[in-house]
Structures are given as structure tokens and as C-alpha cells.
Design a protein around this ligand. Sequence first.
Ligand code: AMP
Length: 402
Amino acid sequence: MNILVLNCGSSSIKYQFFDMDKEVALAKGMISRIGMTGAVLTHKPFDRKEVKVSGEILDHIVATSYVISILLSANHGVIKDKSEIHAVGHRVVHGGEQFTQSVLITDEVMSEIRNLIDLAPLHNPHNLRGIQACNKTLPNIPQVAVFDTAFHCMMPPTAYIYGIPHVLYKKYGIRRYGFHGTSHFYVSERAAELLGKPLNQLKMATCHLGNGASISAVNRGISIDTSMGFTPLEGLLMGTRSGDMDPAIILHIMGREELSLHEANTLMNKHSGMIGISGVSSDMREIIDAANAGHTNAKLALDIYCYRLKKYIGGYAMAMGGLDAIVFTAGIGENSPLVRELTCQGLDFIGVELDKEKNSTAIGKEMIISSDSSRIKVLAIPTNEELVIARDTKDIINGIIK
Ligand code: AMP
């Protein structure tokens, strides 16, 4: 079974095309600048060189037809006929409380995803646009929605209820939902395999450190707490998001600077975090380079980043009543020995011993990076959210998930 996985953003679509009988990606790519000048499709078949195609890509319907055309193209394609696309799996960011697992997309499911736009105005509309585009470009091909929030649906109310009047939870659904669920799920499963232990016997802190960042307490395979909240703004320091802070600060700044709701939202989501503190960049590589060159605020941003992560790991160890493994993933977690080292520094008292040699070689590959004697294991694991989406899509089509 061949499955096309789509991750649709406002002006971009990332895709991977899988042969799920062999569980291999035949091609992957991305369209950026949809609806703008300079739109470009970058496509990489598994066995040939990457190609770039520019075009007038006005909307998601045109964008998906570009993806299908290149999958079929004589020089860069991997299939000969559209009928070789058997299903499409979509990343959908917000599943609210109703979607606790992946589902086959029907008209009812689409209207429920639409109803959730209020909770995820920056994400769900674009995910829906991708689904609608496939309805047009790949009619009659089954589509499946895989939700970022679903893995966190077993969190207990002690983890998801905020300290505000309970009526606001009932009225507006204001609670912790958590995000990056497919990634936390994937790396926790892989970590159990690498450690040679059943997932249901392990307590893990999984750290997804990309442009957006979150950590989850995965207790025996179940996410019992996670750092992102009602929106992806809460929790760890991120590239451009503030993460945790006193909510009164927002009200204070709005008053002093006479900011509108929209401006305050932009300030917290786009101009805060690493870029806000350092004034240098939101990109961890540039922060590290600047810190090494003596830039004081870049060093400060890096130190705060790792300090907060360490505090969360400690909190989650307490919440789970123990810790067997710390897992690092996503752009920073997979590739930065320095961030992993600074985060694990001083944790020997609870049984974390990083192996410096192994840590320095674990760049973009799966590895246990703690010493053999470390009681708590530390792992670096490249995430693969697309594979999780493709697996769920296959299982739904085959009737394994109902
Ligand atoms: P993602 O959102 O998962 O693509 O991750 C993007 C983040 O990963 C950016 O902050 C990058 O700077 C960071 N990143 C990628 N490679 C490295 C690296 N070798 N060292 C440090 N950070 C990296």
C-alpha cells in the first residue's frame, strides 16, 4: 500500500510518499511560499538527486496537484499512475477532546475539525485546506487525519486543568491539550526498542526540541503530562515563543505599550523565546555560534533554554515517581551535543551519566548516549512523525484502527 503523507501549513506543504508494504519513503519534499511570488517545490526521490521546480502556486489545490505531478513525472517520479496512491494521511494539529485517535476523514469529521478552528486558529484551517485540496485532486481516495493532540488524551485532569474558574473549561474547552504527540509517541516506542525493554515498563521524559519545543512525561507508554498547553505557547523556551511566564506580564505589557490582542499574541509567539532574549536569532545553531563568540545574551538564551528543560525533566521524574530514560529528538535534540550536555549537567545525583564521546557522535542518528553504568539512560532519536501518520493511515484503511 502506497501512502501520501501531507503536513499542510499556511503557505507550505511538506510531504512524504511511502511504500508501506516495505515501510520505506519513496520520495519526500516540500512546497513553500504557496500564494506568494517565488513559490517553489523541492522534491527528493529516494534514489535520485533533489530537484527544485518554481511555479505559480496560488493555493493548496494547485500545490497538491504539483505534488501529484512530480510523483508521476518521468524523470523525478516514483509511480506511473495516480491509482498507485492508495491513501492520504494528514497531520491535523488540534483534535480537541473528541479525537483521541486517528480517523478516516468523512464530511462529519471535516466539520468537527472545522469546529476546532477556534482552539487552533493558526493550524487547523490550513490542515483542512489540505484535506479539501485532496478531495479535489485525488477524489475517491481515502484520507485519514492524525492528530498532534491525540497521544496526550490520557493525561489526568490533575495535569490538564488550569487554575482558573472551572466554568471556563466547560464553556470554552480551556485546558492543556499538548502537541507534538506523534513525535513523543514515535520516540518513546523507539527508545523502548533500543533499550530492549517493554514500553509498558519504562518511565521516560521525551524532549522534542525543534523550532517549537515540548517535553512529555511518558509513563509506561502513556503521556501523563506535557509542557505545551492550551496552545503551543506554553512550556519550554522556544525559537520565537516565550514558553512559561507569569500571565500578568502580558496584561502589563499590553497596558504599557498599548498593544492590541493580535499584537500581544505576535509578541509572545514570534518575537520572544531565543530570538527575544538573544536578539541574535531563533536558530539554535546561530545562538550557539554567537555564544561561542562571546555574545552575552546568546549565552544567556542558551543557558535558560537548557535550565528550563532540566527543571521540567526533574518535575516529570517526580510526577512519574521515577525516571528510566531521557530522550532527545527534533532538530536541536537530534543534532546538538552541547544542548544535551548542558541539560544533563549536574544530574548525576539522580543517576544520569552522559557519555561525552557517544554524545558528540550522536548527530542525526539513533544512539544511547549515556554511559553503560548510567542508571537513567539518555538517548538521541531522530523523530519520524510522517511514518507514524503513514502507519495509522494504513491501519485505518485495513480496519485495524476503528
Ligand atoms: P526542527 O523544527 O525540528 O526542524 O528544528 C529546527 C531547529 O534545530 C533550529 O533551531 C536549528 O537551529 C536546530 N538545529 C538543526 N541542526 C542543529 C545543530 N547541528 N546544532 C544545533 N541546533 C541545530
